[in-house]
Ligand binder design. Structure first.
Ligand code: PEP
Ligand code: MN
Length: 478
């Protein structure tokens, strides 16, 4: 368990905390939103002690490597693709479930490589996306008011499993570990070999036009690889035989995140050198529950517990930015979470909605790009969360055209402002679900009941996701 203290200093406009001591548990002295209040405190302590004892889920070195790759995104030399379920369930930890999501990420990244001629950084919303913020703590099911489903790490979706169960904290760790293990095993045995991209198939996408477009793209890539091989440039290099696939989730349940936060001495770090020069010993802390964690739209209060926790860890961090984010809060968040202005440390995940993006994004770009954080952030568009609506029968859905429009407008706004849209953040699945309307299949509200399986927000299906990847690729080509 990480118990050493470290000091994290925030510079800035006076709103950011100064010289306050950070510890993995200092968030507990701050006001918290979406907190988990358990009845069985004894079992909570038992679960947390177990988590403290277990090994990291991801190693420090991989977290550093991702941060390095995100620096390249911020420097406009790479593009970031992040995606997966809104709420990952323990039940999704199956061979088929994991493979279909990995395949989809690989297929989309291949299309993006072809479009952008840039390396793609892939981050899955997977292997730990088990905690969900909710707009209301209670909901009415069949006339009865019961606690809302808060994600498998807290309670179950079944109506008789809605009390918070502390044993789920440990279950979440083991489901993350099993998911990660299978992802790593698949990749190391050649699943992601770029020499065989047709093996990834197009799963449920039966649309002949999209199949053709995809095969043509793959053929072009294979032609280029043949050319490289013929000219002696591709000798089975690691770059083409395997990929890095990182994991991420919302850092919502801070007891869990704290338990997996570990200290590590980092000889080459500037902070450490400075500390050593002044005779102090200083450790750096990593949240080893995932490579990348983000703070959600509902928990990013500048003086709140979530920001307090996140300001002390070395991981790259995402911040959801939406219609309720003021420019001054945005600046305070950057100064609090990235006082050293490390390039690539922060990803701004913007999610306004297609009707608001044109008025709100330019202002946020101006705020960041005229501050000391200019060129240090990764701008990523989440075209999902500002575009959720309910049908007349109360089903949560999103219109493909709205998602497409927010993305298209974001690309154009960044181009005009001279900033770089470096990534997309999507809720998607490799299954043929019917949760978002529109797309070339033309799904309408009545079709949603055909195969609606999300337990939280509506996801793009494989076909809609691939269509979106082609659209982004064609913009990146310009
Ligand atoms: C999410 O990413 O699932 C989510 C809840 O997003 P936001 O915090 O942006 O609403
Ligand atoms: Mn969601």
């Amino acid at each position: 368990m990480a118990s050493d203290k470290t000091s994290v200093h925030s510079s800035g406009n006076g709103e950011a905390p100064h010289h306050q001591t950070w510890t993995p548990s200092s968030w507990k002295s701050k006001p918290i939103k979406q907190s988990a209040v358990y009845e069985d405190q004894k079992q909570v302590q038992k679960s947390l002690a177990k988590l403290n004892h277990l090994p990291p889920l991801v190693p420090f070195s991989e977290i550093d490597r991702l941060k390095d790759q995100l620096r390249k995104v911020a420097e406009r030399e790479a593009f970031l693709l992040q995606g997966g379920d809104c709420a990952e369930l323990f039940d999704y930890c199956t061979q088929d479930g994991i493979e279909s999501k990995m395949k989809l990420l690989l297929q989309m990244s291949l299309i993006l490589i072809w479009g952008s001629h840039k390396p793609i950084v892939r981050i899955a919303r997977m292997a730990g996306q088990y905690a969900k913020p909710r707009s209301s703590p209670m909901e009415v099911v069949e006339g009865k008011e019961i606690p809302s489903f808060r994600g498998d790490i807290l309670n179950g979706y079944k109506t008789d499993e809605r009390s918070l169960d502390p044993e789920r904290l440990v279950d979440a760790y083991f489901h993350s570990a099993a998911t990660l293990n299978f992802m790593r095993g698949s990749i190391s045995s050649g699943f992601a070999d770029l020499h065989r991209p047709l093996d990834w198939g197009l799963g449920h996408v039966r649309d002949p036009e999209l199949q053709k477009k995809y095969s043509n793209t793959v053929e072009q890539i294979l032609d280029n690889l043949d050319f490289l091989r013929a000219t002696g440039h591709d000798t089975g290099s690691r770059e083409l035989s395997t990929v890095d696939l990182y994991t991420s989730h919302e850092a919502l349940l801070l007891d869990y995140e704290q338990s997996l936060t570990r200290s590590h001495k980092h000889a080459s770090s500037e902070q450490n050198q400075a500390a050593n020069a002044s005779g102090q010993e200083q450790n750096l802390f990593y949240d080893t529950s995932a490579h990348f964690v983000w703070v959600g739209d509902r928990t990013r209060q500048v003086d709140g517990a979530h920001i307090e926790f996140l300001r002390g860890i070395q991981n790259p961090i995402g911040i959801k930015v939406g219609p309720t984010t003021s420019s001054s809060d945005l600046l305070t968040l950057l100064r609090t979470l990235n006082p050293a202005v490390e390039v690539g440390k922060i990803t701004l995940i913007t999610r306004y909605g297609c009707g608001k993006v044109s008025t709100l994004l330019p202002e946020h770009i101006k705020t960041v790009e005229t501050s000391e954080h200019a060129s240090s952030v990764v701008w990523q568009c989440d075209p999902m969360h500002g575009n959720t609506r309910s049908t007349s029968t109360g089903t949560k859905t999103r219109q493909f055209a709205d998602i497409f429009s927010e993305l298209q407008q974001s690309i154009a706004i960044h181009k005009k402002a001279g900033s770089y849209l470096g990534g997309v953040h999507l809720e998607m699945t490799g299954e043929a679900v019917t949760e978002c309307t529109g797309g070339s299949e033309g799904l309408d509200d009545d079709d949603l009941s055909l195969n609606y399986t999300s337990f939280c927000d509506p996801r793009l299906n494989e076909k809609q996701s691939v269509e979106l990847a082609f659209m982004i690729a064609s913009h990146l080509k310009e």
